[in-house]
Design a protein around this ligand. Structure first.
Ligand code: G4F
Length: 343
């Protein structure tokens, strides 16, 4: 019999890649979707006709119990989050509710439908749970590169909320014997990345400028360093983590670090331009507290999961530029390309 997976956050970049991967592996895939007429759901179901959907909201405990009860999944992947870090300063409470307390709600729902008592030692249950933890938890890094035991020092309300989600996942594993794990994923990008994130903002901006649809590209801190990989590789690690004999947390990244300036140089070169002629620094885009540098040590994931990234940084940026070029030249399929200039 095929396994059944429930994905929260299925309409996002990672949710769409993970859904495709699990369908390829023969899973029945359900997506948790919020709202009566979720506009992003339509886009996804056109892409993957084999998906099923169930209603539910990370802010509503009862709806999560009902969704789990209806789907009876073998595996739950919690990818639901407000993922744009700057929003977490202007909507700190909402981000804490969804990215932090939301994790507690879905773990509670798993505990309840698995019949696990809070008053005595419990022995698990059948559902396996994956939590999307983030390298933002390392924040002002205590050491470099960062590994599973590196202490956290989050620099944004987003990072603080993700740290809560990480620790509550570990706590439910230790309290109730749940098979519950966290993937501490470093930045991962793709042609499906939202326009507000710096890589896609730059690849879209370079393409727009090349086509004469935009004059300048406004950016913030170009010295920031990140360990950027390809999202399609990273969702495979999520699945691998739930197939292990013991539930363990893993750092997932490439172990290579580049600057925002490197992204701009490669993206503009790919369309035959020099970034220095078009990029303007906007102090308004600099964050109240910045994460200056992140670099993964993925040795544990490589040794225990056999996971390895397959796409280099240079290939990733080229892939994103190529995709933006093809979307733009194909009758402006993305009417929202101009938005890239605004974030
Ligand atoms: O692309 P970003 O917005 O990604 P960020 O903040 O690193 O977060 C992403 O990765 C995390 C994993 O570490 C996830 F948890 C999170 O959900 C998200 O997916 O910014 C990357 C860097 C930052 O240092 C930022 O200050 O780029 C710098 N940057 C410079 N100019 C800019 C801009 N970022 C954005 N978004 N827009 C700019 O104009």
């Amino acid at each position: 019999m095929s396994k059944r997976a429930l994905i929260t956050g299925i309409t996002g970049q990672d949710g769409s890649y993970l859904a495709e991967h699990l369908l390829d592996l023969g899973y029945e895939v359900y997506g948790l979707v919020r709202g009566q007429a979720n506009p992003r759901k339509g886009r996804l179901s056109q892409l993957m006709k084999d998906l099923s959907f169930v209603g539910g909201d990370m802010m509503d405990q009862g709806s999560l119990v009902a969704a789990l009860d209806a789907v009876q999944p073998d595996e739950v992947y919690n990818l639901a989050a407000i993922s744009f870090v700057p929003l977490s300063w202007s909507q700190a409470e909402l981000v804490s509710e969804i990215n932090g307390t939301g994790v507690l709600r879905i773990l509670e729902a798993i505990r309840i439908v698995s019949g696990l008592s809070t008053s005595r030692t419990a022995t698990g249950g059948q559902i396996r749970f994956y939590q999307a933890s983030s390298s933002e938890m390392f924040g002002e890094v205590a050491e470099s590169p960062q590994h599973e035991a590196t202490p956290f020092h989050p620099r944004s309300p987003y990072g603080v909320a993700k740290s809560f989600g990480h620790f509550i996942t570990r706590n439910y594993r230790e309290s109730y014997g749940l098979y519950a794990v966290s993937g501490m994923l470093f930045n991962h990008e793709s042609p499906r990345r939202g326009l507000e994130f710096v890589t896609r903002k730059i690849t879209c901006g370079a393409v727009n400028i090349k086509l004469g649809q935009q004059e300048k590209l406004l950016l913030g801190n170009m010295a920031a360093q990140r360990d950027w990989g390809y999202a399609g590789d990273y969702v495979q690690a999520m699945h691998m983590m739930l197939q292990q004999p013991e539930p363990r947390d893993y750092v997932i990244g490439t172990g290579r670090t580049h600057t925002v300036e490197d992204v701009a140089r490669i993206a503009f070169e790919a369309v035959g331009l020099d970034w220095r002629d078009y990029v303007v620094i906007d102090p308004g885009l600099v964050r109240p507290a910045e994460v200056d540098t992140l670099c993964a040590n993925p040795a544990k994931a490589q040794a225990e999961l056999g996971w390895r990234p397959t796409v280099s940084f240079e290939e990733l940026i080229q892939m994103m530029v190529d995709s933006d070029l093809s979307h733009t030249t194909k009758e402006q399929q993305y009417g929202h390309l101009q938005l890239a200039a605004a974030w």
